[in-house]
Design a protein around this ligand. Structure first.
Ligand code: KIV
Ligand code: ZN
Length: 524
């Protein structure tokens, strides 16, 4: 099997295309929304990671989605940029406009094909769905030669009808055929049966690349993905950290490392630079405010940690006793103890380069160095994770109208907590003092006093970046304004300062969103 694809040319028989949908299926899940700047930064990171296709969004869904797909298509070089569209012409035209400027572009159009979805969701007869398949792919081909067609709820679709739809899509010009396990219902045997069956029965199947898109409702997304590839799929749809609708999608890092680690059973080739996996995972966690669980495969804090004496003994004798891949191969550093207050700028720059921040500009570097020195003065040990949190925080500070300057607090068990806050709003320093039911409340009230606004606090959480009582706190704040939810993060050794930074981060995001959708300012 060797296919000549419009965007990839001649594709070797064992080459798998990595299609990342973090910015579409991933971003669609509650609490994971990202603004334009964050999506562009994430897309750049995905390009550096080596993904072949970035599904940048669902352009008809909102103006914000359209803008981000368009901006990514205009600015991010390397991967094919895809926009998602339902089968209606308005969706496809919008997706075509959004991806137009990309060096290499794709329209991904889909329609449900299972009896359940056709009857209750679409309220369409199978023949009408079949006609929509042909019409949607035909229209999409007017915008690009690279058209992907998906059978939504494909794994629960009648076999004969699935084959008729796939045949129609290929005949109309689809170059990729995706058969998703939309509801995460399949087991690996189902995936193997479906892909083998469709590839064997559909006339013209050899002209298309088959693709797998698995949800994780039963925790089988990665296993199902590998089963589909073994049965001939050569495109893998996946997301960083496995984020996505409900229980998420197949995790890119897990699929990529399964293929690298087990060539004996998965003899496939992908272009992922696995040493960049951890950086990409951490950037996503910083942007969304959701850390992966400690035991998450590949990118969890404990994925390469060995606590038991027996394991440590084995590791010291030969790391292969308890590690099936090296931590370095996915971007972890062997040593976690690194920098202190005596470290200079050159060492800091060097450290940043080893952590994957080699491209940081001089201003961002100077700001990050100043904050690092400040941190090193307050904290006994500065771990790599502290530096990553600090620099990511710095990078995400671009485009902020409201900046944190200083905070003083009076709190305790007797007097009502009081906060004295200084903020830089559009270049002017403002000060306010406020009381509250606790130091965080007093601080948030002081933000309100300096910058009155209508946004409402929906969630506040505190975590520790590393260990010990001198660890940096990492706070997350979710604000709602104008029907939009945004998440902000802040890190500092002082929990209340971290909370203030997180609040301002969210508020600034809301101001950016507001400015893009309506000219009025968020300030009331
Ligand atoms: O899960 C699914 O079926 C999807 C399609 C839009 C590909 O996300
Ligand atoms: Zn999906």
């Amino acid at each position: 099997m060797s296919i000549n694809h419009p965007n990839f040319g001649q594709i070797g028989a064992n080459r798998v295309i990595m299609f990342d949908t973090t910015l579409r299926d991933g971003e669609q899940s509650p609490g994971f929304s990202m603004n334009l700047d964050e999506k562009v930064r994430m897309a750049e990171m995905l390009a550096e990671l080596g993904v072949d296709v970035i599904e940048a969004g669902f352009p008809i869904a909102s103006i914000g989605d359209f803008d981000s797909v368009k901006t990514i298509a205009e600015t991010v070089k390397g991967p094919v940029i895809a926009g998602l569209a339902r089968s209606g012409s308005a969706d496809i035209i919008r997706a075509g406009e959004a991806v137009r400027a990309a060096e290499r572009k794709r329209i991904h159009t889909f329609i449900s094909t299972s009896p359940l979805h056709m009857k209750y969701k679409l309220r369409m007869e199978p023949d009408a769905v079949l006609a929509a398949v042909t019409a949607s792919v035909t229209l999409a081909r007017d915008f690009t030669d690279d058209v992907e067609w998906s059978a939504e709820d494909g794994s629960r679709t009648d076999a004969d009808f699935l084959c008729r739809c796939v045949e129609a899509a290929i005949a109309a010009g689809a170059t990729t055929i995706n058969i998703p396990d939309t509801v995460g219902y399949a087991v690996p045997e189902d995936m193997a049966r479906i892909f083998n069956m469709v590839r064997a029965r559909v006339p013209g199947a050899e002209k298309a690349i088959f693709s797998t898109h698995c949800h994780n409702d039963l925790g089988l997304a990665v296993a199902n993905t590998l089963a589909a590839v073994a049965a001939g799929a050569r495109q893998i749809e996946c997301t960083i950290n496995g984020i996505g609708e409900r229980a998420g999608n197949a995790a890119l890092e897990e699929v990529a490392m399964a293929i690298r680690t087990r060539p004996d059973v998965a003899p496939y080739v992908h272009n992922i630079d696995t040493t960049r996996i951890l950086r990409t995972s951490k950037l996503l966690a910083t942007i969304t405010g959701f850390d992966v669980q400690p035991n998450k495969a590949i990118v969890g804090r404990n994925a390469f940690a060995h606590e038991s004496g027996i394991h440590q003994d084995g590791m010291l004798k030969n790391a292969a006793t308890y590690e099936i891949m090296t931590p370095e191969s996915v971007g972890w550093q062997k040593t976690s103890l690194v920098m202190g207050k005596h470290s200079g700028r050159a060492a800091f720059r060097d450290k940043l380069a080893t952590l994957g921040y080699g491209e940081l500009g001089d201003n961002a570097l100077n700001d990050a160095f100043r904050r690092f020195k400040d941190l090193a003065d307050r904290k006994k040990i500065v771990y790599d994770d502290d530096i990553v949190a600090l620099v990511d925080d710095e990078v995400m500070r671009d485009h902020q109208r409201i900046k944190f300057v200083s905070l003083e607090l009076w709190a305790g068990s007797k007097a009502k907590p009081r906060a004295l806050l200084e903020l830089d709003v559009d270049g002017t320093i403002h000060t306010a003092e406020a009381l509250g039911d606790g130091p965080v409340d007093a601080t948030f009230n002081a933000i309100h006093a300096i910058f009155p606004h209508t946004a409402e606090l929906r969630l506040f959480s505190v975590g520790a970046v590393t260990e010990g009582t001198d660890a940096q706190a990492k706070c997350s704040v979710r604000l709602e304004g104008d029907g939009k939810l945004v998440d902000g993060q802040g890190a500092d050794t002082d929990t209340i300062v971290a909370a203030a930074r997180a609040y301002l981060h969210a508020l600034n995001k809301l101001l950016v969103k507001r400015a893009r959708t309506a000219p009025a300012a968020l300030a009331s």
